[in-house]
Design a protein around this ligand. Structure first.
Ligand code: PBG
Length: 327
């Protein structure tokens, strides 16, 4: 059948019809909001490169999470800035560490919010790399037990799920084994499986004070040229016991999200990263794009590409828009 019988415009005529035939829809259940907690702060501090985002003091956990929870966002992903760093990132596994305290505060002050913690060393090491160094190399195998200690301490503090972002080989099985041997068989792992070495992390590194002091992360994060390799990473993480597979960043990697979605049966998450957020904020501040429409389009495209879950700094705004039917 073709024109004039077929007219695809018929189903685009009204809001009602468009809504009835929409193939995908972003729901508040799909959104995860990242949050930064800083052990050194007394009051919230705006992150210059990420307008609307803050570094929060631990004491402001309710202020940071309450609005998200009220808007219907069910989950947060926590990043921590410690009060001191060392070569090994030991502040990351202290029971009194910034994440451990923030998790405790959220659990008691914002009950019902699902708390995911990022597991990595880069915010806690003096050199800013995601693992321990041997010379100028990041030592994969020596890093694994440190990540396991960090993950366990997050879980002991009350984290509901852990999300390793370090890109060391074998870390999912190490974390799964370590958590299980301490009785935490029910805590899911969301693995940053296909995490690319990306310029789009720039604003985050300012926010989390985690830029590497020398070199870059290309010896452990993935090369943007590779998509088949992302499938290998995803398959390995599934085999090692990951419950959710993540692709990161999202927008320059929508093809990777789709291919991973088609290759695995577990849920897929996509991280709409800091640089993707900052570009929209900058362009809308300049009056060049309509922010809320751009956000809706971006999040919808990530969903259409195949992501079940979307980690985004736009989560609060998006959830409010969805709730008030302004979506
Ligand atoms: C830590 C980590 C990074 C991000 C999440 N976890 C930064 C990096 O790898 O340099 C980036 C998040 C963002 O840009 O929003 N390893």
């Amino acid at each position: 059948m073709s024109f004039p019988v077929t007219r695809l415009r018929r189903l685009r005529a009204t809001d009602t019809l468009r809504g009835m035939v929409a193939e995908v829809r972003v729901g508040v259940d799909n959104l995860i909001s990242p949050l930064f907690f800083d052990a050194r702060l007394q009051r919230p501090e705006p992150i210059a490169a990420m307008p609307g985002q803050m570094r929060w003091p631990i004491a402001a956990a309710a202020e940071a999470c309450g609005p998200l929870s009220e808007a219907g966002v069910r989950a947060v992903l926590l990043f921590g800035l410690p009060d001191a760093k060392d070569e090994e990132g030991s502040a990351s596994w202290q029971a009194t560490g910034v994440i451990q305290q923030a998790v405790g505060a959220i659990r008691s002050q914002v009950p019902g919010l699902f708390v995911i913690t990022d597991v990595c060393l880069c915010e806690y090491t003096t050199h800013g790399h995601c693992g321990v160094l041997r010379g100028h190399e990041v030592d994969n195998d020596a890093t694994l037990p440190l990540l396991a200690r960090q993950a366990l301490s997050h879980v002991e503090a009350g984290a509901d799920m852990i999300a390793p972002s370090d890109m060391m080989d074998g870390r999912v099985s190490e974390l799964r084994r370590y958590l299980d041997s301490h009785g935490h068989t029910e805590i899911p792992i969301m693995a940053y499986s296909a995490k690319y070495a990306s310029a789009f992390y720039g604003p985050f590194r300012e926010a989390a004070d985690s830029a590497p002091a020398f070199g870059d992360r290309r010896a452990y994060q993935m090369d943007p040229a590779n998509a088949r390799e992302a499938l290998a990473e995803a398959a390995l993480d599934v085999a090692e016991g990951a419950d959710i597979i993540m692709v990161k960043p999202a927008l320059a990697y929508l093809d990777v999200i789709r291919r991973v979605r088609d290759a695995v049966t577990c849920p897929v998450a996509a991280y709409n990263v800091s640089g993707e957020y900052s570009m929209i904020k900058a362009a809308s501040a300049a009056g060049w794009i309509d922010e809320s429409r751009a956000v809706r389009e971006v999040l919808t495209s990530i969903k259409r590409a195949g992501a079940d879950l979307i980690i985004s700094y736009h989560s609060l705004d998006a959830a409010r828009a969805i709730k008030s039917s302004q979506w």
